[in-house]
Design a protein around this ligand. Sequence first.
Ligand code: ATP
Length: 316
Amino acid sequence: MSNNVIEVKNLVKRYKGTKKLSIDDISFSVKKNEFFAFLGPNGAGKTTTISILTTTLGKTSGEVKIAGLDINKHDRAIRKKIGIIFQKPSLDIQLTAEENIRFHACIYGVFNYMPTFKLMPKAYRDKVMELTKVVGIDSDALFKSVKKLSGGMQRKLEIVRSLIHTPEVLFLDEPTQGLDAESRRSLWKYIDKVRKQLGTTIFLTTHYIDEAENADNVCIINNGKIAACSSPEKLKESLLKQELILDAKNRDGLIAELSSLNLHFTVNKHIIVPYNKSPQKILAQLKTELSVLKIHEPTLEDAYIEFLKKNNKMEA
Ligand SMILES: Nc1ncnc2c1ncn2[C@@H]1O[C@H](COP(=O)(O)OP(=O)(O)OP(=O)(O)O)[C@@H](O)[C@H]1O
């Protein structure tokens, strides 16, 4: 059996009344427990793809399988196997936190509805307690009306709600849009914990590229086409060089030495020496005493911006 939880083959989407394909023959797969990031500029096709994968939008053609189930035949069964967190919170603020979880669990058919938490089956109560512990919602907040909870706490509640039916895949569509830095960091801490403790596969779309830095794989979609798919490390390696940042009191001496070693370098605030594999070989050859020695590792965001520049030039 395939180890892929998501399989997309030759997926195409043309919205009614439009000529251009919004999704133009894309294929990719995501393995169980993988953290997969789907990146791309505005209008690239991320929301369209995630909407098709979560069964809320029909496709024009192509094959999509979620947890081994074909989206054409098993959309209801697929909905039970996935959890979704959208940009905009979708909680019922008139209800308590626990009631939001309970209604969701009952709609998904995981448990039969009972009018109070205490009357719900033990399995439900245990699951709620387990998940609220993972994300850090205390029992005081659990029984409070949602409108009395802070934005960060509401986000945590959404995670619990999306996981109550133990989904195999958690789809996150720009989940930290509009959150402050602290809430963004803590949300990621909880999502990481959930992935490690429950083995959930994570499918993320985001414009905050740093959030995909720890992803196992990153796919970049541009103009409806998959432009790149690889690990963040490989993407960085293929596009950008690591750099040594050097300086010396005797700067002229260092420059002369780098020139005599035929090393490529640029002089800005400090002296930048790009390198391929190991900086050690370069450092071992230098005799000039260094006053600055730093290594600059490109970020995924650096690589992403560089990639789009090249890709757009190629397409122009
Ligand atoms: N309902 C619709 N009808 C017609 N065209 C649409 C519709 N929704 C999206 N599109 C078009 O499909 C393309 C992909 O849009 P989509 O919203 O999937 O991009 P996105 O990558 O999610 O963008 P963003 O980062 O801005 O959310 C765009 O050209 C968009 O204009």
